[in-house]
Design a binder for this molecule. Structure first.
Ligand code: AMP
Length: 199
């Protein structure tokens, strides 16, 4: 039954190794899939913000698999995939399995046990702190960061700083959606950023 479902989803099963090529033929479709299955929620979590709600995408077997495949596509030679709490975890973990590499969580302050590196960054109101365990990477590991949405870029910049402090190399940032009008890309000038959809 699982094989049939994979066939219906028109994507390769998530059993590949890093050397396998992702399923071809969906690069153009994925933007349309995201447009259809990511919901705009006006004024969440506060007035004036249009929240990109990925829950309909996650709940759709074909859409979720297509998004994971597209995020993994073209990333040979990666050693670790980092997920950014919390929706980044949902996407990054299957991408890591697909690429045949390990998953590392970057978490909000106080969640990870043992010694951690911490980075604090500015939010519109106040600050936020993210952490990674000091032994999360091997020296020189090549890292793919994954999140659902790139907005102002503060979270991704802090995550990249953590990875570098932990002696690893940030190769790329993969996101479902880049909110281009917020200019996050400008804060990540040294990074290869790969959005599946740019709005
Ligand atoms: P930023 O640090 O501004 O790039 O914000 C990125 C983080 O906040 C990501 O982890 C996103 O999940 C979340 N985020 C920011 N803006 C939105 C939005 N409009 N819709 C959904 N998530 C968002």
């Amino acid at each position: 039954a699982a094989a049939v479902r994979q066939e219906e989803a028109q994507v390769a099963p998530l059993t590949g190794s890093a050397s396998d090529q992702p399923a071809p033929g969906h690069a153009g479709d994925i933007a349309a899939t995201l447009t259809k299955l990511v919901r705009d929620v006006p004024d969440h979590p506060r007035p004036g913000v249009t929240f990109k709600d990925i829950m309909p995408l996650l709940a759709d077997a074909q859409g979720f698999a297509a998004a994971v495949n597209a995020l993994a596509a073209g990333h040979e030679g990666i050693d670790k995939v980092v997920g950014i709490e919390a929706r980044g975890f949902i996407l990054a973990a299957p991408v890591a399995c697909w690429l045949g590499v390990g998953f590392v969580p970057v978490r909000k302050q106080g969640k990870l046990p043992g010694p951690t590196y911490a980075e604090t960054y500015e939010l519109e109101y106040g600050t936020a702190t993210v952490e990674v365990q000091v032994d999360a990477f091997g020296a020189g590991d090549r890292v793919l960061m994954i999140d659902d949405v790139l907005a102002t870029g503060g979270t991704a910049a802090a995550t990249a700083a953590l990875i570098r402090r932990a002696d690893a190399e940030v190769v790329s940032l993969g996101v479902l959606i880049e909110l281009g009008f917020l200019g996050g890309r400008d804060r990540l000038a040294d990074l290869d950023i790969r959005p599946l959809l740019r709005v």
